[in-house]
Design a protein around this ligand. Structure first.
Ligand SMILES: Nc1nc2c(ncn2[C@@H]2O[C@H](COP(=O)(O)OP(=O)(O)OP(=O)(O)O)[C@@H](O)[C@H]2O)c(=O)[nH]1
Ligand SMILES: [Mg+2]
Length: 327
């Protein structure tokens, strides 16, 4: 009986290995027969030695913001959520020199020498867009829990990569995006104040037709007592994300910090030389290290501090465990 089982066992094993061989054979044949289709794939490599700007933009965010009842024209939490997603992208790709966000868009500037995914366009833009989107969802509750706001449908973001050959071109690109915030925000702030004062949307639109920036400033001031320059700087200038050394307790940590400054002026580029020239690092000298006070209230900073705290606690716990087990 034992012998019988043994024989049939051997037979089964042989049969199995023979069928595995023929399957393997058929599989390799199939691979070589069909593999030619791989040649149809085209690799679009981004030109070397040029700045790569990947810009993502929310799809149909006009509707998305309506459905989620975001405050008009600026919803602080919604903008902070965009910043959280921007931070996640910058944490993943350390070759990003600067991030810039406004409204439903974010621009990420990869250094000239960046070799991320061998500068393959498809890889780069699809990773950035998908990471931005998943991070937007990942951080949603953290930002909106207080408002008990749940997400009604999945948001999506498109992405494009644009190359800029010179530093001047890059600065002009970022200036263009910041000028865009100014134009839109001044218009929207005036428009929504007119609507809040009782005008219909089309009446407010008519009132603003052909007006210059100075006219809108005047309407805001004379009708609503609003000095546009006192509106929150984040709404007027957008958010700049930079990697900076920050004093955290007794040590200095590199954190991604939000900066609200005018980047059109030269002073900005003098204050932050590391954007255009990686070697001119801001870690030199005590002055370059940012103080934490004032930054903690920014959700992206408090989040990074929490993660650092968790890591520290985890390390302490792990070393306590290993010292216990070695006893
Ligand atoms: N209420 C509110 N709406 C916002 C805010 N930020 C962005 N938006 C909306 O998002 C829109 C972004 O503009 P677009 O990107 O041109 O519009 P879109 O609907 O996303 O269209 P596509 O990008 O072409 O898909 C704005 O027009 C606003 O309607 C905000 O803080 N509050
Ligand atoms: Mg959009």
């Amino acid at each position: 009986m034992l012998l019988k089982i043994g024989f049939s066992g051997i037979f089964r094993a042989r049969a199995a290995s023979a069928s595995k061989r023929s399957f393997h054979c058929a599989f390799t044949m199939a691979l070589s027969r069909f593999e030619y289709v791989k040649q149809f794939e085209q690799e679009d490599k981004l030109l070397p030695n040029s700045w790569i700007v990947v810009r993502i933009d929310g799809k149909g965010f006009h509707r998305f913001c309506e459905v989620h009842k975001f405050a008009k024209p600026n919803d602080l939490d919604a903008l902070q959520l965009m910043n959280m997603a921007g931070m996640s992208v910058m944490q993943e790709f350390n070759e990003i020199a600067i991030g810039y966000g406004q409204s439903d868009e974010y621009s990420f500037v990869f250094r000239r020498e960046a070799n991320v995914y061998q500068r393959r366009r498809d890889k780069l833009i699809s990773y950035v867009a998908s990471l931005f989107t998943s991070a937007y969802m990942f951080h949603w509750n953290r930002i909106f829990e207080r408002r008990s706001l749940s997400i009604c449908y999945p948001p999506s973001f498109d992405a494009r990569a644009v190359l800029y050959p010179t530093d001047e071109n890059l600065r002009d690109y970022l200036s263009w995006r910041q000028a865009d915030v100014h134009v839109n925000n001044l218009y929207n702030t005036t428009f929504w104040n007119l609507v809040a004062s009782g005008l219909s949307n089309s009446e407010a639109e008519r009132e603003l037709q052909g007006t210059l920036a100075s006219d809108k400033n005047e309407i805001l001031f004379s009708k609503f007592g609003i000095n546009y320059n006192n509106e929150p700087i984040m709404y007027r200038k957008g958010t700049i994300l930079l990697r900076k050394p920050v004093k955290v307790a007794d040590s200095v940590k590199k954190l991604i910090v939000p900066i609200f400054e005018d980047l059109i002026n030269d002073e900005f580029w003098v204050r932050h030389p590391e954007i255009l020239d990686k070697k001119s690092t801001t870690t030199k000298g005590e002055d370059a290290v940012l103080q934490l006070s004032g930054l903690e209230e920014q959700p992206i900073v408090s989040y990074q501090l929490e993660v650092l705290q968790r890591k520290k606690a985890g390390i302490a716990e792990a070393s306590a465990r290993s010292s216990l087990s070695s006893k």
